[in-house]
Design a protein around this ligand. Structure first.
Ligand code: ATP
Ligand code: MG
Ligand code: FE
Length: 347
């Protein structure tokens, strides 16, 4: 069965085609540049852009896969979480495809997609693994079993900002261009990660072992920058970027490795947009190697939002014989992650 995956939870319109754990073709359109002058994603602009990009993106994915629309045997779509207006465009499109083609529809959880996409690059997941999800809206440690069948266990979440959000905010503080994550990563290349000792939030023994918090770290960066500018000094942008990035990478990888060791799990999955960060990747590699843990990180272009990741979840569900969603499945902008398929009475 060829699964068409559709993703529109934020500012990327993505379509992907997957069968039997293999990516056949995908395409992506982003409205990122349209949001740049607002410093963040504007939901109404994103929704309109999804509407315009949807059919061209699906067509391009089909062309790249050398497939026809009639070859599609199931449709998977992000039903949440995400920006409500954005999710609804993808969901309505997916319903139309499923209805017109008379194939099953699977409403899936966006974060399950971030995890499942690694299957396309590195093959089936082991029976159990820990996933560190670090993205624009989430920072979570999850205990995964069979993604298509088992409930997902939340080990910990962020108490405030997500890791990606912290990167975006620090970029603004430093006057680096939007989107912030890649800008900070680039600026940090020429900086000294030990130049400034920014705090490692929630790493004392009495703190929640798998909890994260990034708003205090962001404030520490803002204070440091204010103090330096108040004293009339030049801002060492590269050093601040590198030191901040080090604090995030140190915190998330330390907790992720601890979660693996605590639960006797020998595979760590690092996924989501911030998994594209060069220092997070390098430090995760170093620490997993030292702890005898196998590290799996999707290739960079599959770390940020895309359609292939949603098709990957759909493919797992199809092959597991999971029940399809009803066509009346609603968008769920703040869906909790209990499993890959969005649960609810409509299932
Ligand atoms: P969510 O998946 O939680 O709904 P999202 O879809 O907005 O949120 P993703 O597309 O998964 O998030 O990731 C985008 C985030 O990743 C942004 O905050 C961006 O700054 C961050 N990011 C992307 N590349 C890098 C990088 N190289 N270094 C650090 N952060 C990065
Ligand atoms: Mg994005
Ligand atoms: Fe995402």
């Amino acid at each position: 069965t060829v699964v068409l995956g559709i993703e529109t939870s934020c500012d990327e319109t993505g379509a992907g085609l997957v069968a039997e754990g293999r990516l056949l073709g995908d395409a992506l359109s982003s409205s990122m540049s349209e949001h740049a002058r607002f410093g963040g994603v504007v939901p109404e602009i994103a929704a309109r852009a999804h509407l315009e990009a949807m059919l061209p993106v699906v067509r391009e994915a089909l062309t790249r896969a050398s497939l026809d629309l009639s070859d599609v045997g199931a449709v998977a779509v992000t039903a949440g979480p995400g920006l409500s207006t954005a999710v609804q465009v993808g969901l309505a499109s997916a319903k139309a495809f499923a209805f017109a083609l008379d194939v099953p529809l699977y409403g899936v959880h966006h974060l399950a997609g971030h995890a499942a996409v690694d299957v396309l690059e590195h093959g089936p997941l082991p029976p159990r693994c820990v996933a560190l999800v670090v993205s624009g809206g989430h920072t979570s440690l999850l205990l995964l079993g069979d993604l298509a069948r088992d409930p997902i266990v939340h080990l910990g979440d962020t108490a405030d900002d997500a890791a990606g959000e912290a990167f975006d905010k620090v970029a603004r503080i430093l006057g680096l261009p939007y989107p912030g994550g890649p800008s900070v990563d680039r600026a940090a290349r020429d900086g000294d990660p030990r130049a400034i000792a920014f705090p490692r939030p929630l790493t004392r023994p009495s703190d929640p072992r798998y909890g994260f918090s990034f708003s205090g770290l962001k404030t520490a960066v803002a204070r440091w920058v204010e103090a330096r500018q108040g004293a009339g000094g030049d801002l060492p942008v590269a050093d601040v970027a590198a030191s901040f990035q080090e604090a995030v990478a140190d915190t998330v990888t330390r907790k992720a490795v601890a979660a693996c060791l605590d639960h006797g799990v020998d595979t760590l999955l690092v996924v989501g947009g911030v998994a594209a960060n060069s220092r997070v990747r390098a430090l995760a590699e170093e620490r997993c190697a030292a702890a005898g843990i196998e590290l799996r990180v999707p290739p960079m272009r599959l770390c940020t939002d895309n359609g292939a990741m949603i098709a990957a979840v759909g493919d797992l569900l199809v092959r597991a014989g999971a029940p399809a969603s009803e066509l009346r499945i609603p968008a769920d902008p703040s869906a909790p992650l209990t499993g890959a398929l969005l649960a609810g009475p409509w299932r």
